[in-house]
Design a protein around this ligand. Structure first.
Ligand code: MN3
Length: 199
């Protein structure tokens, strides 16, 4: 068994002007493709071939760095593309909005907390909104680690992901990571986030 490289639900230029087409194409067709191929190579012939990616992450400390890094890269990007949309932006509704307001005070305050986590993650990594039981939390991880991995200090179901590796923004935003984070809010697909919240 091998994990499948997912196609995007939209064109590479669909998130313009917020996320540029060249970055999207390189990010998906080269970076994400490489993580997927290398993950499949790393698990070939091991017991991980018969597990779900969530099962692998739940015992990730037992696996090689190649499985951890490429498995994270495969999975994190698959989530990330799905929480972006050309029709994104605005704000969440319903129970998700209520939960965000309960845990962060307001949607605007949530955005500030999330943006700060994304901006202050040193070097390469990810910012996350996660749900653990009835609690929402914003966390960040280095490299391709994520909150499903066994060693994560804060574990939970991932609702929203933001890639803050330089490859995600450097062509358009150079070293201005905060500008990329601001742009992100225009392409967040809150419907997908709400589906994950309600699942
Ligand atoms: Mn990336």
């Amino acid at each position: 068994m091998s994990f499948e490289f997912p196609q995007l639900d939209y064109a590479y230029d669909a998130l313009e002007p917020h996320f540029d087409a060249m970055t999207m194409e390189i990010h998906h067709s080269r970076h994400h493709k490489a993580y997927t191929d290398n993950f499949n190579k790393a698990i070939a012939g091991t017991d991980a071939e018969n597990k779900t990616v969530e099962e692998i992450f739940a015992n990730i400390s037992k696996y090689s760095p190649a499985v951890r890094n490429n498995g994270g890269g495969f999975y994190n990007h698959s989530l990330f593309w799905k929480n972006l949309s050309p029709n994104g932006g605005g704000k969440p509704e319903g129970e998700l909005l209520t939960a965000i307001e309960k845990h962060f005070g307001s949607f605007e305050e949530f955005k500030t907390v999330f943006a700060t986590a994304a901006a202050t993650q040193f070097g390469s990594g990810w910012a996350w909104l996660i749900k653990n039981g009835d609690t929402l939390k914003v966390v960040s991880s280095p490299n391709q680690d994520n909150p499903l991995m066994d060693f994560a200090a804060d574990k939970g179901k991932i609702l929203l992901a933001l890639d803050v590796w330089e490859h995600a923004y450097y062509l358009k935003y150079q070293n201005r990571r905060p500008d990329y984070i601001n742009a992100f809010w225009n392409v967040v697909d809150w419907k997908t986030v709400a589906e994950r919240f309600n699942r």
